[in-house]
Design a protein around this ligand. Structure first.
Ligand SMILES: Nc1ncnc2c1ncn2[C@@H]1O[C@H](COP(=O)(O)OP(=O)(O)O)[C@@H](O)[C@H]1O
Ligand SMILES: [Mg+2]
Ligand SMILES: [Zn+2]
Length: 536
């Protein structure tokens, strides 16, 4: 059929038509204008981003009958020969099928002769990394002292496989994956010229699927055009490519977060009946989860390349509905599901179960949070039994003597002092470092001499103690430590802190795993403890 016609028909014939490689175009234009063109180049980059295209344009710039130029005429006999690939002087060699030294020798023998018709002999060596070592070595001499009428262009997807003695004699250009916005624009232009109707949403799906390769985006578009009769829209794409539409994925994700298992399973069933590959569906959910996660942690720059602003608006409402940890767990579930569904002999059943699992996982609280709530409850109960005021009593059990991660007790003191209007004292205390709380003694360190002397003022100590007593209902001692004695001491103190901290962290997580509540939870959910220390 007409397959692959687009890529050829719309191959850029001038520098200005090349999409998404402005750094390369600019440098090449400058070198040509200033007559400072190298004799050998490496064009490195992924497939389908314009390496061969640029090489051919460069060959025309050097050889066009109108003279050396940055705007070849594309009409003269030399330009047209280069375009059709029939030029005797501009040769494209596919290194993948001509890897041997003999092939290179054959070329090199003719290198010395002047071009037949053009100004320069241009050798475009595609997939150059496939050349054998002997072939490279044979080339080396010519590259060291090339005849003035010869240019080499090595195009490669794997530049690191080219030996350094070659690369060091070439000017290297790194072609980038083309950004989605540029691909969308390119496809839109093409469709307008072809007078084919389209939706931008559809083009953005193609761009996303093509992973930055213009060639892949064009062949995909071509396939869709030959597949559908009318407009290129989301429906046409999902039909042609067997993709599941974006709106379906968003809907499914929403149902999962809202724990609407009936409707979630319904979507799975419908997709299955429509003949979609359910493992792709989970891969799409995986991609969506990743995007929500990126958006959640504020990575909008990365995300802009994958999602348009409508889509971002679409997923924003999910953000407050799920924690980062919940997203991690969803990610895990979808990842496994995509694999399992692909392997399963009963993909529908596996997919349904995976979705139900995702629903239970998405609403799970991190284990640590469960424990904290549990302990808080326990504390309150015992406090009420003793008839004390149920504010948070600091823990003084030996196993929790040091709680350096959470000096809430100290933050509470500072807040209370602030509340009582002693702003300057409270802000001074904020400069202190919470060191420990053991045996009803709270230890705070200060560096500055001024802070030290004013915090140590008996009136202030007395005041802090009063605040502690009012907060926790008992006498708690305040010890102020001088951290300024010497840098060395300070360093050893922070080392000590770090040591204690890691000991207590390890202890805590060991304790946690011993907790019967956790053990039960692990059994019920068939869970793995991912990270017991993540407090966010
Ligand atoms: N940067 C680009 N701008 C416009 N079209 C491109 C670009 N890169 C690739 N194409 C399209 O893809 C086709 C193949 O490109 P090509 O230059 O052979 O890629 P490469 O050599 O990098 O694999 C071209 O015919 C053209 O239609
Ligand atoms: Mg190529
Ligand atoms: Zn010309």
């Amino acid at each position: 059929m007409t397959y692959l016609v687009f890529a050829r028909k719309y191959r850029p014939q001038t520098f200005d038509e090349i999409v998404g490689q402005p750094h390369i175009v600019k440098t090449l234009k400058n070198s040509i204008t200033n007559n400072r063109l190298h004799h050998a180049f490496i064009f490195a980059g992924p497939r389908g981003v314009g390496k061969t295209t640029t090489a051919r344009i460069l060959a025309k710039c050097l050889n066009c009958e109108t003279g050396i130029t940055i705007t070849p005429c594309n009409k003269c006999s030399i330009c047209t020969e280069i375009i059709n690939g029939s030029s005797m002087d501009v040769q494209e060699i596919d290194a993948a099928s001509h890897t041997g030294v003999d092939n290179i020798r054959e070329i090199l023998e003719k290198v010395a002769y002047s071009p037949i018709k053009a100004r320069f002999k241009v050798y475009i060596i595609d997939e150059a990394h496939m050349l054998s070592k002997a072939a490279f070595n044979a080339l080396l001499k010519t590259l060291e002292e090339p005849p003035p009428h010869v240019k080499f262009i090595f195009a490669t997807t794997e530049p690191n496989k080219i030996i350094p003695t070659i690369t060091s004699r070439c000017q290297r250009f790194d072609f980038k994956r083309v950004e989605n916005v540029d691909i969308i624009e390119h496809l839109a232009n093409l469709l307008e010229r072809e007078k084919i109707k389209y939706s931008r949403q559809a083009l953005s799906i193609i761009a996303r699927e093509s992973g930055g390769s213009v060639r892949d985006s064009l062949s995909m578009l071509e396939h869709i055009v030959s597949f559908s009769s009318g407009e290129i829209n989301e429906e046409a794409i999902t039909k042609a490519l067997g993709l599941i539409s974006r709106s379906t994925i968003i809907k499914l994700f929403k149902h999962i977060l809202n724990k609407e298992s009936d409707r979630a399973v319904e979507i799975i069933d419908e997709s299955y009946i429509a003949g979609f590959d359910l493992s792709i569906l989970f891969n799409e959910l995986l991609a969506l989860t990743r995007n929500v996660l990126l958006l959640k942690i504020g990575q909008t720059r990365i995300i802009n390349n994958y999602l348009n602003s409508d889509e971002i608006e679409e997923i924003k409402p999910f953000l407050p509905q799920i924690t980062t940890q919940g997203l991690h767990m969803l990610f895990d579930t979808f990842f496994r599901a995509a694999e399992e569904v692909g392997r399963s002999e009963q993909p529908l059943l596996t997919a349904e179960i995976s979705v139900l699992k995702a629903i239970s996982v998405s609403s799970l609280k991190p284990l640590e949070e469960i424990i904290q709530r549990f302990e808080e409850l326990e504390r309150r109960l015992s406090v009420e039994e003793r008839g004390l005021k149920p504010s948070s009593i600091p823990q003084t059990k030996p196993s929790q003597e040091v709680n350096l991660e959470q000096p809430e007790i100290w933050l509470n003191v500072i807040n209370e002092i602030k509340k009582r209007g002693k702003i300057s004292l409270s802000s001074m205390l904020e400069d202190g470092v919470f060191l420990s709380f053991e045996n009803d003694k709270i230890k705070i360190g200060f560096k500055g001499a001024i802070q030290l002397s004013s915090v140590r003022d008996p009136a202030n100590i007395k005041f802090i103690k009063e605040v502690l007593k009012s907060l926790y209902g008992r006498d708690i001692d305040v010890i102020i430590q001088d951290l300024s004695i010497s840098e060395k001491t300070a360093a050893s103190i922070s080392e000590e802190i770090a040591k204690k901290k890691s000991e207590s962290t390890r202890k805590e997580s060991e304790d946690m795993m011993q907790n019967p509540l956790i053990q039960t939870a692990i059994k019920i959910f068939n869970a793995t403890v991912v990270n017991s220390k993540d407090k966010k």
